[in-house]
Design a binder for this molecule. Structure first.
Ligand SMILES: C[S@@+](CC[C@H](N)C(=O)[O-])C[C@H]1O[C@@H](n2cnc3c(N)ncnc32)[C@H](O)[C@@H]1O
Length: 390
C-alpha cells in the first residue's frame, strides 16, 4: 500500500488543478536540463502563482482544511501573545505590529481585541501575506470580527523601512522552501527532483547554492556522515530574518514554530530529516504527490535563526517552549477573566492543554524572541529560558 492509497482521494476539480501544477513543474525540470532542487520544487508546490498550495483556493487552515494552528485552536493563544506584545510596547515610543503570514486572520483579530482591553492598541497592525487567497480570508475575518478596529489593519507587500514595533510570525518559517541534503560515505549531495516517464522521483546532485557547502560542513561535524543521513537546511528563513533585522529600528520579533536547536535538529539518530506533508488532517512524508493540494513543511533550526539574528545586529532575548511562553504570558489567568460559563471554562481548559502539554504542542513548538534596541529586560521571557541550548 502506498501513501496515496491511505489518503482521501481529491475531487475531480482538485485533481485537475494538481495536474496543471504537475505539468508546470515538469516543464521547469525540462527547462533546467533534467532536474530541479527540492527547494525549487517546494517553492512551486506551495507558491507557484495561481497554482501553488498557498497561492490557490484550497481551504488550508482549520477543521475544513488540512492542518490546525495554535490561533485556530483557541483565542487564548493570541490573547496571551498580546500580553508579551504589550510588555515590548511599554519600552517603545511608537507602537505598531507587523504579522507575517497571518493565515485566517484570527490571530490578528484576537490580539487586537486583547490589546483593546489592555488599552494598548497599536497605531497600525500590518500584515504581510504571500497568499492572495489567504489575504482575502484575513480581510473577511477582520471586517466581521472587529469592524470597529478594521482601519488599524493594513496589508503591505514588503517590510516597511525603519520599523518600530513588534513583529510576529507563527508557523511561517516552517512553510518556507528548504534545501534537502544527503550525507553518505563521508560525502554530501543535494536531493533534487527529476521526471521519469512523467512520474516525479528523487535524485541526488551537486549543491545548488553557494551557502550550502559551509552549512553542510557544520552538519557533518554533528552526525555520522558515512551512513545514509538525510536532512534539510532553510536558507529562505535565514535570509528573511536578515532582511527583517535590516529594516527594524527598534522593537521585538517573536518567531513561533515547531523545531529544535541545532544539536537536536542534526542529531545523529534523526536520519530521515523533518519533512512532513498534510492533506485533510493526515500527516505523511511523501511530498511528490498531491502537488498544490497538500501542505509541505520542515521543522525549524532555531540555532540557524538565532545566528542569523546576531549576525544582523539583533539580540536573542529568549528561547522558550511554547508552554513556558504561554504560562509566562498568563494564559491560565486569562482563562478565568474570559468567561464564567462552566462549559466554556471546560472547553478553554482543554484548549490550554492542547497548547501547553508536552505531548501536544507545548514542547515541540518553541518561541524565539529577538530584540533590537530594547534597554530593559522582558521578565516573561525568563521562564524556562533555554538560550543555552542554541
Ligand atoms: C502554516 S501557515 C500559518 C498561518 C498563520 N500564521 C497561523 O498560525 O494560523 C503559513 C503562512 O505563512 C505564509 N508565508 C509563507 N512565507 C511567507 C513570507 N515569506 N512572507 C509572508 N508570509 C509567508 C503563508 O502564505 C501562510 O499564510
Amino acid at each position: 500500500m502506498t501513501v496515496s492509497d491511505k489518503l482521501p482521494a481529491p475531487d475531480t476539480i482538485a485533481q485537475q488543478h494538481s495536474e496543471q501544477l504537475l505539468a508546470l513543474i515538469q516543464q521547469k525540470i525540462v527547462d533546467a536540463g533534467g532536474k530541479i532542487s527540492f527547494a525549487e520544487y517546494m517553492q512551486l508546490c506551495l507558491y507557484a502563482p495561481g497554482l501553488g498550495y498557498y497561492s490557490a483556493g484550497s481551504y488550508k487552515l482549520g477543521q475544513k482544511g488540512d492542518f490546525t494552528t495554535a490561533p485556530e485552536i483557541s483565542p487564548l493563544f493570541s490573547r496571551t501573545l498580546a500580553h508579551h506584545v504589550n510588555d515590548v510596547f511599554q519600552q517603545l515610543k511608537k507602537k505598531d505590529i507587523l504579522e507575517f503570514g497571518a493565515g485566517s486572520g484570527k490571530m490578528a483579530a484576537d490580539i487586537l481585541t486583547e490589546l483593546s482591553v489592555l488599552q494598548a492598541l497599536p497605531d497600525y497592525y500590518y500584515i504581510i501575506e504571500t497568499s492572495a487567497d489567504l489575504r482575502q480570508r484575513q480581510q473577511q475575518t477582520i471586517s466581521s470580527r472587529i469592524p470597529h478596529l478594521a482601519e488599524k489593519v493594513v496589508w503591505l507587500d514588503k517590510m516597511p523601512h525603519q520599523f518600530v514595533g513588534v513583529v510576529l510570525a507563527n508557523e511561517v518559517c516552517d512553510a518556507m522552501p528548504v534545501h534537502c541534503l544527503r550525507f553518505k560515505d563521508g560525502k554530501v549531495s543535494e536531493r533534487h527532483i527529476e521526471s521519469d516517464d512523467s512520474k516525479l522521483q528523487w535524485c541526488d546532485g551537486s549543491l545548488s547554492h553557494s551557502h550550502l557547502a559551509h552549512r553542510a560542513a557544520e552538519i557533518k561535524s554533528l552526525i555520522d556522515s558515512d551512513s545514509n543521513y538525510i536532512t534539510e537546511i532553510n536558507l529562505s528563513a535565514e535570509a528573511w530574518l536578515a532582511s527583517l533585522a535590516e529594516n527594524i529600528q527598534q522593537g521585538a520579533i517573536f518567531i513561533i514554530d515547531y523545531g529544535y536547536p541545532q544539536s537536536s535538529y542534526y542529531h545523529p539518530q534523526r536520519t530521515s530529516g523533518t519533512l512532513m506533508c498534510y492533506f485533510q488532517h493526515q500527516g505523511h512524508d511523501n511530498p511528490l504527490i498531491l502537488q498544490g493540494l497538500q501542505d509541505i513543511t520542515a521543522h525549524v533550526d532555531f540555532t540557524a535563526l538565532a545566528q542569523s539574528a546576531v549576525d544582523n545586529g539583533l539580540q536573542v532575548a529568549g528561547f522558550q517552549s511554547q508552554a513556558d511562553f504561554l504560562l509566562a504570558g498568563g494564559i491560565t489567568e486569562l482563562n478565568h477573566s474570559f468567561s464564567h460559563d462552566g462549559l466554556a471554562l471546560m472547553q478553554q481548559a482543554s484548549q490550554i492543554k492542547r497548547l501547553t502539554l508536552p505531548s501536544e504542542m507545548g514542547e515541540n513548538f518553541k518561541v524565539l524572541s529577538l530584540t533590537k534596541d530594547i534597554d530593559h529586560l522582558l521578565p516573561r521571557l525568563q521562564l524556562g529560558d533555554r538560550r543555552y541550548s542554541l
